[in-house]
Design a protein around this ligand. Structure first.
Ligand code: OGA
Ligand code: MN
Length: 228
């Protein structure tokens, strides 16, 4: 699937988390302690802009479910070669496929994804996008096509942890990092999807809250809705 995605540049240095301090965790309550496990940003202000528009559900699928999805997508991916050479591509070191029909286990996982991620009755993009990033692969900052995709993007991460960075289109010194742990589901909605670029950091730059997040081969299974 060729997604028309826009590339923009951002060069930020990872800074240490300042939101895990005892006092701020106490002040914000247990919900924020949970959020600190996967959300981290350049300031409290930018976090409050994305709050409610981003979500990571850790361990959304079991190891068995990850295996079932992997087996099913591997058949389609195996036939393709990783693309490394297109300097203007938004994605480096990847191969991709899309799938309309799924086996019983995968279909039940995708039903759960749809149920938690999309507003009821929201028309969905039929084929599910499967993106296989090589260990050396990464996704540059972009915004998914507003012509072809709607308000919500939901992705399952298989095989590897990774860091997704969001950067506001109108203020490139701010940033928000999301730790996408293996077998998690992430959801980007509304402003986080339209007003921020998103990217998946390359292994050398893959840190969350100052901690190295080793990037191995990673497969994402991405559901999108249609524009209204
Ligand atoms: C994309 C994208 C993120 C992911 O394909 O447009 O941003 O989780 N993918 O692979
Ligand atoms: Mn995207």
């Amino acid at each position: 699937m060729t997604l028309l995605i826009r590339v923009s540049k951002s060069f930020q240095n990872p800074l240490l988390c300042r939101f895990l301090s005892e006092s701020s965790a106490l002040r914000k309550g247990p919900e924020s302690k949970e959020e600190c496990k996967w959300l981290y940003g350049s300031s409290q202000e930018i976090l409050s802009v994305v709050r409610g528009h981003v979500e990571v559900r850790q361990n959304f699928i079991s190891e068995e479910e990850e295996n079932a999805l992997f087996k099913e997508v591997e058949t389609g991916l195996r036939k393709k070669r990783y693309e490394f050479d297109h300097w203007d591509d938004a994605i480096h070191g990847y191969r991709e496929t899309e799938r309309l029909q799924w086996g019983v286990t995968s279909e039940s996982i995708l039903r759960r994804v749809r149920a938690v991620a999309f507003p009821e009755g929201s028309p969905l993009l039929g084929p599910i996008h499967v993106l296989d990033l090589d260990k050396e692969g990464y996704i540059k900052p972009h915004i998914d096509s507003v012509k072809f995709c709607g308000s919500t993007i939901a992705g399952l991460s298989l095989l590897s942890d990774s860091v997704m960075r969001l950067v506001p289109e109108n203020k490139s010194t701010d940033w928000v990092d999301m730790l996408l742990s293996r077998r998690s589901l992430y959801i980007l909605r509304d402003d986080a999807r339209f007003k921020f670029t998103h990217e998946i950091l390359k292994d050398e730059e893959s840190f969350f809250s100052g901690q190295k997040v080793a990037r191995h081969r990673r497969i994402s299974v991405i559901c999108r809705n249609l524009p209204v």
